[in-house]
Write a protein that binds this ligand. Structure first.
Ligand SMILES: [Zn+2]
Length: 138
């Protein structure tokens, strides 16, 4: 299966963007751990940056529930999107199988739904399919 309606150039651009986003997430998380100040948190930040450790291992030990969930959900969405690249599922809406617009993927690289399905699932009372990748800590 091809990746949605994307051209090869667009695909490469999005792949690069996903990889950059994952790197940024790790750097952002490392800064957060450094800010905690403890020797342990600083050691974990170092592991995260230089030893390719899984975000789940790092975060679970130092951060509490809500913040932990937020980091994990962001990391998981990006990793899933990257995995979709390997299987050819990237760029297709998981609800209706329509191609997702390139511009939408540029602004939300981990988007899994087309605009139409996003509009439906963001209506109150309807189930949301996971958190948005751009969800920020309050
Ligand atoms: Zn859709």
């Amino acid at each position: 299966m091809q990746n949605g309606s994307l051209t090869e150039d667009q695909r490469l651009l999005l792949l690069e963007q996903l990889e950059t986003s994952i790197t940024s997430l790790r750097q952002e998380l490392a800064s957060r751990l450094m800010a905690l100040g403890s020797t342990r948190a600083r050691a974990l930040a170092h592991h995260l940056l230089y030893e390719e450790r899984d975000v789940r291992d790092i975060v679970g030990t130092e951060l509490d529930g809500r913040e932990y969930d937020c980091w994990i959900s962001r990391a998981t969405e990006l990793e899933n999107a990257l995995a979709d690249f390997q299987t050819g599922e990237y760029g297709w809406c998981e609800q209706c199988s329509s191609p997702i617009r390139f511009q939408k993927l540029r602004s939300q690289p981990a988007a899994r739904q087309c605009d139409g399905c996003d509009a439906i699932s963001s209506k109150p009372g309807l189930r949301r399919a996971g958190q948005r990748w751009s969800y920020q800590l309050g």
